[in-house]
Design a binder for this molecule. Sequence first.
Ligand code: ADP
Ligand code: ADP
Length: 228
Amino acid sequence: MFVMIENLKYQYNKSTKAIIQNFSLKIKKGEIISILGESGSGKSTILRLLAGLETPNSGSISINDNVIVNHHHFLPPEKREVGIVFQDYALFPHMTVERNIKYGLRKMSRIQKQQRLDEMLQLVRLEDYKNRYPYELSGGQQQRVALARALAPAPSLLLFDEPFSNLDAHLQIKIRNELREILKHTNTTSIFVTHDQTDAVALADRIILLENGSIGNELKPSELASTN
Ligand code: ADP
Ligand code: ADP
């Protein structure tokens, strides 16, 4: 399995209840997973554990047979090849689209960076916008810049935290389809966390229900769609 998450446990301190417990999940290369759960169920904590922004109390995570965290070992965030797209996009407001997208490519040569930038701009159809600043773009365009920035370093695993909640309803539908196509095209293994069943159904190959920090049922999008 490409991503192996085994028996993850996380608690803020010893006296409080664990926020994540018995959390195990296997993900194939290129698969798109949605983790669907109510507010407070532990979705953001799972993403923070995967990205290396929190350390689990126990359990392990490996990606492509490399341990990124276990009892003995903690790979820091910058070495994990795990990308995140946040709810608010978190674009750098003082940088153009071009500089935002190149930001994660510091180790590449100038020529490689330029090539990668051009590929990414084409992928998200923003070729004509590279000299704009984020405030000069629509919400949908900002979302696409955030995606291009996250995809540019070719992450092993890409995480999305409620990526559509700031978009208009009509735009959500458009972007969901676009995003699924781009992720499949680039064979990018991805995890979305969301409280929105419609998002989960539209995007994912598999839907994992999260209840009080543990995995509940697992569903195929078609099963969930038919219960509506
Ligand atoms: P979700 O993303 O699903 O809304 P979170 O992962 O943000 O859930 O939070 C899971 C649980 O952790 C919640 O019950 C929340 O109250 C608790 N929590 C979040 N941050 C802290 C903190 N700094 N200290 C203690 N508990 C926290
Ligand atoms: P979308 O349907 O993608 O949200 P909008 O209707 O918001 O698009 O925007 C349409 C066009 O207006 C886009 O090409 C965008 O670049 C441009 N635009 C939106 N906001 C601004 C702004 N603050 N300054 C300059 N151009 C803008």
